[in-house]
Ligand binder design. Structure first.
Ligand SMILES: *Cc1c(COP(=O)(O)O)cnc(C)c1O
Length: 835
């Protein structure tokens, strides 16, 4: 206050200096003041004096207390980057499946104990307070969670990487189960506020839609294009801090929200339609209203293309604006300092948008603009499924983004000239490789745009990258072999071991020290302890406690009582035919059939857990959920199964649920049809937490098995290279007749045993299994799956042998840290220097 009184005109003029000085005098923010700050935020910022049932305000007060500390470090990180010209990466993704932020921030800042102490005055636990936070569910599944793990690893490795995404008002829907059916409810995750974000409305950028293109000449007679008559929306940034693990670095995830511009439609305004003119502004805010809940399939809606362009344009404009403010409109060395990683084809319109900004806004010529674009863009492919390959109709493009369509045509024309040189006279090649797909309606092939415009194209596991090179993108591989590379996915060991499994973390720390959290390659030191009987006993005790925690979770959400003495067999992931939850259900029915017919010698009691969301428009996936629930109902009600088999479908599988599930799992189900799962990352979380995998040779399962050794992995099923041959003469009904177990399972399904009062409910599922065109080969893989399940069960009998395998799995999981993945992105694609 004395400062304010002593302010003179002189100090006001030196405003900037004044702010910095203020900062030096800012109250100390450290561990000792944490309890005081918590109280101050609770009583004053939030104006509360009672804790309340939900702990919401206490959570918010703690989050604000922690955010203060993040803001300080975030500023320091930014200033460090501004001091020198540093090469930096931008990770563009339509999805960031962040989950909760509090526990992760406390771990990374080493403030868990001090927060616990501060909360003790409020007579509650940190765990209860943390429960009040809503998951940030801004993603569907693996792809979005990968982006979140990558941000943690980038910050923890001290790499200058900024995440760019969309601040969806509604994230991934909340799933409940009603009479076995999936019910979708909107996820209004912002309703109670989001204390981690800081908005920066002064940094809003303008995004154009519709309109048309005009040609004009500048005073030197050079021709230019102007995209005019557009309907603009504003992109307003909301910044979320991303703390590194105990290294003082705090990076930023910038999420864009769409808002209306303040221009009123004057004619409407003058006609007295003031309210109507204002109401129409809702259209602008629709763009970031909701996340599309489709995993591994496109949906083709115009609004989705708007979202993609909105994110791409806002993020590129943001980066170019910063560049121009620092270095002026000289882009000659821009590509030396910037790289853009495209998370799947969703943001691939960025290729054309960067061209547009450089050509139209900054007046570079084509060659200079293309030189920059094609040396700064890098593309990650996430799937081989044809239904996921994005194509946008040319008429839609022409209407919504006319200038971008022009640019895409020009990129394509120049590209096809290159194709013609490489394959002279081969017009088929030109047609096959064209970014524009011909047909009754032309389409833009977004993956091809991404490949043509990028200097790097990567797959996400060794097998997946090979299949891209030899199959889907083979022509491109022949043209540009040097672009193609593999980056096997990973998951962050902070969230997925240190945070979610404190019991195991402590045990590990007591044996090999705590450095594994920052350097996960050290986890291999556990190998030498795998045979140590005392350690095995401790390992089992931790697993047992985690199973207790999961059993309580399952009981609270489903009413089903899991017995922690049984084997916990878990499949949680999006529901999709290629992931084959159906194969797992058939095995469950087989176990039920064994119990009913009294074949229970050497039967290992199991609790089978399912979880996952189906896209709301995915008919078969929803049927599979219903089947799982009906089968669970029959089994859980049958007294013969009481001590032997339990089945539950846990609703609303999300990041926070996985944090309870993976530490308690014994057997991890990774059973996709070979060649269909690009990588998987759930498989890695389970492995880190000591689960043993039963799986096919698909995605990263192959690398998991290589790392842990074939003897510590339950392998079954057709191999990717056999799948096409099997399909050629596939006769599932013959296979069913030839396998007694499968025949009995099918008979139970077909007689309506699981849908006694709902006739024909599962006819489509039965038909799919029996179809000679079943692309997922469920019947083919059933016998070897059952055999490996039996092998796993017998091994579980020998608890010492099982525990040893469990320890060896954790010990071999070092390479599946996203720190390793990000180090490779940095070394081989981004070429960044740590801060
Ligand atoms: C890890 C994770 C996924 C990905 O699981 P996959 O088994 O690799 O498909 C999906 N959803 C959530 C919530 C996750 O944590």
């Amino acid at each position: 206050m004395t400062k304010a009184n002593s302010t003179t005109d002189e100090t006001i003029e030196a405003g900037a200096v004044c702010i910095v000085k203020h900062w030096l005098d800012a109250p100390k923010i450290d561990e000792n003041t944490l309890a005081d700050d918590l109280t101050r935020h609770f009583y004053y910022t939030l104006g509360r004096d009672k804790v309340g049932e939900s702990h919401l305000y206490l959570y918010n007060a703690l989050a604000l207390t922690i955010r203060d500390r993040l803001v300080a470090r975030c500023r320091a990180t930014r200033q460090h980057l501004h001091k020198q010209k540093t090469r930096q990466a931008a990770y563009l993704s339509l999805e960031f499946l962040m989950g909760r932020a509090l526990g992760n921030a406390l771990l990374n800042l080493d403030m868990t104990d001090s927060s616990r102490a501060a909360l003790s005055e409020y007579c509650t636990s940190l765990e209860r307070v943390a429960e009040a936070e809503h998951d940030a569910g801004l993603g569907n599944g693996g792809l979005g969670r990968l982006a979140a793990c990558f941000l943690d690893s980038c910050a923890s490795l001290g790499l200058p990487v900024m995440g760019y995404g969309i601040r969806y008002e509604y994230g991934m829907f909340n799933q409940s189960i009603d009479n076995g059916h999936q019910i979708e409810q909107p996820d209004n995750w912002l309703r109670e506020g989001h204390p981690w974000e800081l908005s920066a409305p002064e940094q809003a950028v303008r995004i154009k839609f519709f309109g048309h293109v005009e040609i004009y000449k500048d005073k030197n007679g050079r021709e230019h294009r102007a995209w005019v008559g557009t309907q603009d929306v504003l992109a307003v940034p909301y910044d979320v801090p991303v703390p590194g693990y105990r290294n003082e670095v705090v990076n930023t995830l910038r999420l864009w929200k769409s808002e209306a511009t303040d221009e009123f439609d004057l004619s409407e305004f003058n006609a007295g339609s003031y309210s109507e003119a204002v109401a129409r502004k809702n259209l602008a805010e629709q763009i970031t209203m909701v996340l599309y809940p489709n995993d591994a399939s496109e949906n083709g809606k115009e609004l989705r293309l708007r979202q993609q362009y909105f994110l791409s344009s806002a993020s590129l404009q943001d980066i170019l604006r910063t560049w121009v403010s620092r270095y002026g409109e000289d882009f000659s060395d821009f590509a030396q300092y910037h790289v853009f990683q495209l998370n799947d084809t969703h943001p691939s319109i960025a290729v054309a948008e960067l061209m547009r900004l450089l050509l139209d806004e900054y007046e570079l010529d084509w060659d200079a603009a293309w030189q920059i674009t094609s040396t700064t863009m890098a593309y990650t492919n996430h799937t081989l499924l044809p239904e996921a390959l994005e194509r946008w109709s040319v008429p839609l493009f022409a209407k919504l983004l006319p200038r971008l369509l022009e640019i895409i045509y020009e990129i394509n024309a120049r590209f096809l000239a290159e194709v013609a040189l490489h394959w002279p006279g081969d017009h088929d090649k030109q047609r096959q490789l064209s970014i524009i797909e011909e047909g009754p309606v032309q389409h833009v092939r977004m993956a091809y745009l991404a490949i043509v415009g990028s200097f790097s194209v990567n797959g996400v596991a060794a097998l997946h990258t090979e299949l891209l090179k030899q199959g889907l993108f083979n022509d491109f591989y022949q043209l540009w072999p040097q672009k193609f590379n593999n980056k096997t996915n990973g998951v962050t060991p902070r969230r997925w071991l240190a945070h979610c499994n404190p019991g195991l973390s402590q045990l590990i720390g007591s044996k090999i020290g705590a450095n594994w959290v920052a350097d996960f390659s050290q986890i291999s030191k556990l190998r030498d302890l795998a045979g140590d009987k005392a350690f095995q006993q401790q390992w089992r005790e931790v697993k047992q406690a985690n199973k207790q925690r999961l059993a309580a979770f399952v009981k609270a959400r489903t009413g089903v009582e899991f017995d922690v003495g049984m084997l916990f067999d878990v499949q949680v992931k999006r529901i999709h035919e290629y992931k084959r939850q159906l194969l797992n259900v058939l095995h469950v029915i087989h176990l039920y059939d064994r119990i009913v017919r009294g074949d229970v010698e050497q039967f290992v009691p199991r609790c089978v857990l399912f979880g996952g969301k189906a896209a709301p428009g995915y008919y078969m996936a929803k049927k599979i959920i219903k089947l799982i629930n009906n089968v669970a109902d029959v089994i859980n009600k049958d007294p013969r199964c009481e001590q032997l088999l339990k089945v539950a479908f846990v609703p609303n599988y999300n990041v926070s649920a996985m944090e309870v599930i993976c530490p308690a799992t014994d057997l991890s189900e990774q059973i996709s049809t070979a060649g269909k799962e690009a990588s998987g990352t759930g498989n890695m979380k389970f492995m880190m937490n000591g689960a043993i995998t039963i799986g096919t040779l698909d995605g990263a399962n192959i690398e998991i098995r290589d790392a842990v050794g074939a003897e510590n992995f339950f392998l079954f099923g057709a191999k990717a290279e056999q799948v096409e041959e099997i399909k050629r003469h596939y006769n599932p009904s013959q296979l069913i007749a030839a396998d007694e177990d499968l025949a009995r399972v099918m008979a139970l399904l077909e007689c309506g045993h699981f849908n006694l009062f709902e006739p024909h409910l599962f006819d489509d599922i039965i038909a799919a299994i029996r179809s000679p065109n079943d692309p997922w080969l469920v019947a083919y893989d059933f016998p070897s799956y059952v055999q490996q399940q039996q092998h796993a069960a017998l091994l579980y009998h020998d608890q010492d042998a099982w525990t040893r395998m469990s320890i060896l799995n954790t010990a071999a999981s070092g390479i599946f840290s996203s720190d390793r993945t990000i180090q490779q992105y940095s070394d081989e694609i981004w070429r960044l220097t740590p801060m």
